[in-house]
Design a protein around this ligand. Structure first.
Ligand code: ZN
Length: 412
């Protein structure tokens, strides 16, 4: 079996043209696993057909990353070497379109000390951050997926390698709207138009809080940050004006709520995979904006550990609205990959928020964003609360209540 050449071609084209929207004369930085070298060639060629000046490929490897973390010292891994910094300087100059093909084995880092992982990424990001900030909003980027055997086997452990990969392909193509005899570019235009219309509507409402209720026990209110935007689907490169889609698939409209201001209980409707372990049938109760208790049929200790990771880990950094009709939800299985799983239904995230939802947020420091209510933490963990009967009301500052979601989907 396997996916047809024609569909692969369509998919590569979609990633390059609609996702990254590679511009004539632009440099492209493609990050892709060494395992997917054939697909990398396809994407590269599409970039050149779109007019790319140069495509630089950054090969990644699960195995290499795992071995480094198992054997090399934390201090060694934490250091950003001069040549790495030189590459980032070049990136600030080039403002490339960055394309990232995700195909990681969800279990690749099993057995690696999570503390080592987070400490390495924390100290590296202090060096990398200024370069990231320098290109933020000024270049296009997109993450899309390509199924690897270990990833597919994680999703479908009972199938043989090829059958598992086929099933995962089928699901991925469904969620990114790539079908035989259909133009995915047109499908994406309709999809992103719909999401933007909903985001515009939310922004016009000026809700000060949201109230969640469903029969499973979810009964929860969260305050929003005045003036913070709801965002979704696409973004615009402020330098060249190119419209791009950072995540494929994408179904969510999200914002960062006021950290430390929520009350009540959220009941999760899907298992949560954290540090390669599952937390199942769980709920979290908040008081004064902080998770004060949690209950899980499986993974209770893990959940407690997650919430205690740091000061911000017990507070919310994201609320996101996704209707239950989402194609990811219709697939009906856990992808073990946030790119997909967070697009299944309504969710919230514990931990770090997004400063870009604030007016002029791109130019704020993390501290300034925090002062305005955007949560800060080393974790950002999404969990799904979008029950089929979930109702969400928007509450305006004057107390007016407007239905936002009814029975797990847009009220209108
Ligand atoms: Zn999200």
């Amino acid at each position: 079996m396997g996916i047809s050449k024609a569909l692969l071609q369509k998919y590569a084209e979609l990633i390059v043209r609609t996702g990254g929207n590679v511009q004539r004369g632009q440099v492209v930085q493609l990050t892709v696993s060494v395992e997917q070298h054939a697909f990398a060639a396809l994407v590269m060629e599409e970039c050149y057909k779109a007019g790319a000046k140069k495509v630089n490929v950054e090969w990644s490897s699960d195995t290499q990353r795992r071995l480094n973390f198992l054997y090399a010292d934390q201090e060694v891994l934490a250091r950003v070497l001069p040549w790495e910094e030189a590459k980032m300087k070049q990136m600030v100059e080039d403002l490339p379109c960055r394309i990232y093909i995700a195909s990681d084995d969800p279990d690749a880092m099993n057995g690696v000390d999570p503390h080592k992982l987070s400490e390495v990424s924390r100290s590296r990001s202090t060096v990398i951050k200024p370069y990231r900030n320098a290109i933020d909003g000024k270049h296009q980027w997109v993450i899309a997926a390509y199924p690897s055997v270990p990833w597919a086997k994680k999703c479908f452990p009972d199938l043989d390698d090829q059958a598992a990969v086929d099933r995962l392909w089928e699901a991925i193509l469904k969620t990114v709207r790539v079908r035989e005899n259909e133009d995915p570019v047109q499908a994406w235009k309709e999809h992103t138009d719909f999401i933007e219309k909903k985001a515009d509507w939310l922004n016009a409402q000026g809700f000060s809080s949201l109230r969640y209720k469903s029969a499973n026990g979810t009964d929860f209110t969260v305050r929003l940050i005045p003036g913070a935007k709801w965002e979704g689907a696409g973004a615009v490169n402020s330098v060249n004006g190119a419209f791009y889609i950072p995540n494929m698939p994408t179904e969510e409209i999200f914002t960062s709520p006021m950290a430390g201001e929520c009350e009540g209980t959220l009941v999760s409707v899907k298992p949560l995979s954290w540090n390669s372990q599952l937390i199942e049938d769980f709920s979290i109760t908040f008081e004064n904006g902080r998770a004060v208790s949690c209950r899980a049929a499986k993974g209770q200790e893990l959940l407690e550990k997650m919430i205690a990771m740091d000061e911000g880990a017990a507070m919310l950094g994201e609320v996101a609205l996704v209707p239950k009709e989402s194609p990811v939800n219709q697939c009906g299985f856990l992808f073990y990959e946030t790119l997909f799983d967070e697009n299944a239904c309504c969710h919230v995230a514990l931990g770090m928020g997004f400063k870009e939802v604030l007016p002029d947020g791109d130019n704020l420091t993390q501290e300034q964003a925090k002062a305005q209510g955007v949560n800060d933490s080393i974790i950002h963990v999404d969990f799904m609360v979008g029950a089929d009967d979930l109702n969400i009301d928007g509450i305006r500052p004057d107390g007016t209540t407007i239905p936002v979601f009814r029975n797990g989907t847009w009220a209108k």
